[in-house]
Design a protein around this ligand. Sequence first.
Ligand code: ADP
Ligand code: ADP
Length: 233
Amino acid sequence: KTVIKTTNLQKIYNNSVAPVKAVNDISLEFKEGEFTAIVGPSGSGKTTFLNLIGGLDKPTGGEIFIDGTEISTMKESELFDFRLRNIGFVFQSYNLIPVLTAKENVSFIMLLQKRPKAEMEKRATEMLEQVGLSDKLNSRPNQLSGGQQQRVAVARALASKPKFVLADEPTANLDTESAFNLLDIMEKLNKEENITLIFSTHDQRVIERAGRVITLVDGRVSEDEVGSSRFEV
Ligand code: ADP
Ligand code: ADP
């Protein structure tokens, strides 16, 4: 089953000097349960691509279908609801709310979704247990290590049962142990709950674990490799 499909997707930034084709004619499909790493040099369009398929940014050309629904023509208010229901985000800088506890941060999206309070509490506690933070429910971000904060961010992204999770350089600020820990958790959720994962990354540790690796160069797909064949010599 196809979760995300783009056709001739394009994003041109009209900078003062010259227009930049940040995403240049990308047609791709992502299937349910796939774990994809998007790689490529800095400035190759990874973040722009994730922002487009996450509905955070509007394309200047082409289409984006999520479960068959075209999102690029949606109004901002519709898109806001669509994102809340369907997409989990994990960022390099964690983006937790400093004044809220781990449990409150994880509940935040569900709060916006107007879920019943009891369900919210239960799910937030469960998710924090899943990422190994059951003893940190009431800690605030500044009382947690970077790796722990990123695990809260993963719990938050997954708490609302999104169709897919987009992560922009999720391990960039993590030491090796925390990165492997995070990847173990994501991989488990990917396998057990069949959640589609798309990571942008420079991190070899992530690339080795992904089932599919897409390389961008100058806003275009230069390679798209699936399965273990790429490990063969
Ligand atoms: P990556 O994530 O691979 O580093 P980006 O998607 O951030 O690549 O950037 C792709 C290209 O688009 C770069 O040339 C970058 O400078 C340009 N770009 C990204 N965001 C903007 C923006 N908001 N305004 C203008 N140019 C941008
Ligand atoms: P990354 O390498 O993780 O994509 P960047 O440093 O390229 O991060 O971009 C960080 C932010 O700055 C992004 O939100 C991107 O849209 C914006 N940005 C990148 N390049 C430009 C640019 N040339 N002009 C304006 N904004 C930009």
